[in-house]
Structure formats: structure tokens, C-alpha cells
Design a protein around this ligand. Structure first.
Ligand SMILES: [Fe+2]
Ligand SMILES: [Fe+2]
Length: 277
């Protein structure tokens, strides 16, 4: 099973530019176009938060339009939406009423879905704190997760916005996830958790967490500047945007990071079966 991860779309109503610079709507259109042109289409798409920039109904209306080509494609890949700190759960649910899983729990926008019955389960966590950039998994959310994992031993992919590890990019770590230790102990107890995919960092980063790989995904638009000095300024750069493809073979996930954009090639390595010199 192939799962595409898109993250940190930061769509703004009226196609306004994020921070006055980034045309996030155009970047998402390019990512969607490139995804649909992939030689092998994914079976499902997970969008790991900061879907829009300000959480307004108009932001979400434009997001709906921009994601529509995915639903119109021949394969009709299901999309699963995860809330980030720039999202607003009530407006998100209202804009996507057919995504009933979003409202399956009253208090938080978390949910569990069988992607292929008995073979792979997706659990999306809601790490948001209203009107705050940082995230948390409070006792209630951790109890819900523990109950979900205890009740069903199917191999599980966890999707969440805030990564559960310290990245070394200090201004983002200040907006990190609280209660990481409790979450890590929980993950380590449930060995059928096979992978944790996150957003928020706007660049690809991996760490071992509770015995599995936890990772963040590039943004479809702007990337967080890579500066590992303490007190690094909070800056973004226009490095190539991207998305990730996670392939589940029944045993492990293998992840490919895709750069969105026009690049030269592909070229052949061989001519007439012989390596070109
Ligand atoms: Fe973001
Ligand atoms: Fe974020």
C-alpha cells in the first residue's frame, strides 16, 4: 500500500500570499498536479496539518477547491485530514462534512481508520491547543490512543502535526509537543505501531521514537530554514517544496521524499545495455 503525505499547505483565502511572499495556493496546485502525474498513484493521502493559514471558513473553501482534482482523479484516492496549529477544528469539520471521521469523536479531531482491513490502520492524533503554536497530547488524548491500540492489533501508522522529538531547530522546538515522554512510553508498549508521520517542521527530519521511525515532511510551499544554532531566528526559505510517499509492504514502511518542480531528466543510464561512458 502506498500512502502520500502532504503537509503544511498554509492556504489563505483569496489566494493571498503567506507572509506576503509565498503563493501557497499555486504551490499546492503544483504538488497536486505532480502527485497525479506520478507513475504509481498512491492508495490514500494523509495531510498532516496546517492545511490553511488562519483557520477561516474562506481559507477552507479554497482548500476544498484545490484538493478537488484528487477526488476527481480516476483512482479517487481517499484523503485524510489532520489538524495543525494553524487549523481551526470547527471550521475544518464544517468545510469537509463528508469527511465524517473528523467528527467521530466529540472533543478532539482524532480518529482511527482501517485503510485495508486487518492489514493497516491509520490513527490520526489531534495535537492542537486552541490559539497556540505548540502542541500537546493531554491525558485524555493519550487514554484514547491507548484504548485504540489496545483494542486492535493491526499494524498501525500514526499521523500527527507536531513531531514528538526535539529537532534542533530551536524556534520550532519552542513550538513543540508537550507530554512527549508519556507518548513515547505508550508507543514503545504497542509494538504494532510501525511508523509516526508528522508535519509542522516544513522539512524532512527523522528520529527513532519509542522503537519506531518518527518523521516530518517537507511543506508543499515554504521550508523552515535549516539553522541548528541555539537562538536561530525564525525564518523560512524557498528550498524545493515536496511531499512524501510511504510504502507499506506488510512488514515495514519505506519512505521516499519527492521534490516538487521541473527538473531535467529522466535520462537513461545505459545505451544498448551498456553504461554510458
Ligand atoms: Fe506549518
Ligand atoms: Fe505547524
Amino acid at each position: 500500500m502506498l500512502i502520500a503525505q502532504l503537509s503544511d499547505l498554509h492556504i489563505k483565502a483569496d489566494r493571498r500570499k503567506a507572509y506576503g511572499i509565498v503563493d501557497t495556493a499555486a504551490f499546492l496546485e503544483r504538488a497536486v498536479t505532480q502527485l497525479l502525474a506520478s507513475p504509481k498513484l498512491p492508495d490514500a493521502i494523509v495531510l498532516t496539518g496546517d492545511l490553511v493559514d488562519q483557520g477561516s471558513p474562506d481559507d477552507y473553501a479554497l482548500l476544498r477547491e484545490l484538493l478537488a482534482p484528487l477526488q476527481r482523479s480516476a483512482s479517487q484516492m481517499p484523503c485524510f485530514l489532520v489538524a495543525g496549529n494553524h487549523d481551526e477544528s470547527t471550521a475544518l469539520r464544517a468545510a469537509f462534512p463528508e469527511h465524517r471521521y473528523l467528527a467521530s469523536e466529540a472533543s478532539f479531531a482524532h480518529y482511527a481508520i482501517d485503510l485495508t482491513v486487518g492489514a493497516l490502520r491509520l490513527i490520526a492524533l489531534d495535537t492542537t491547543i486552541p490559539r497556540q503554536g505548540s502542541g500537546m497530547l493531554c491525558a485524555e488524548r493519550l487514554r484514547w490512543l491507548d484504548a485504540q491500540l489496545t483494542a486492535n492489533p493491526t499494524p498501525t501508522l500514526i499521523a500527527m502535526h507536531h513531531p514528538p522529538f526535539v529537532t534542533g531547530i530551536s524556534h520550532m522546538d519552542e513550538l513543540g509537543l508537550a507530554n512527549r515522554d508519556e507518548f513515547e512510553k505508550l508507543v514503545a508498549r504497542h509494538t504494532h505501531v510501525k511508523r509516526i508521520i508528522c508535519g509542522h517542521l516544513h522539512r524532512p527530519i527523522e528520529a527513532l521514537f519509542g522503537g519506531v521511525i518518527a518523521s516530518t515532511c517537507p511543506s508543499t510551499a515554504h521550508q523552515v530554514a535549516l539553522n541548528l544554532l541555539p537562538n536561530a531566528p525564525d525564518q523560512f526559505v524557498m528550498e524545493p517544496p515536496g511531499f512524501q510517499l510511504h510504502h507499506w509492504d506488510g512488514v515495514r514502511f519505506v519512505t521516499h521524499t519527492v521534490s516538487v518542480g521541473q527538473y531535467e531528466g529522466p535520462y537513461y543510464f545505459r545505451q544498448g545495455g551498456v553504461l554510458i561512458d
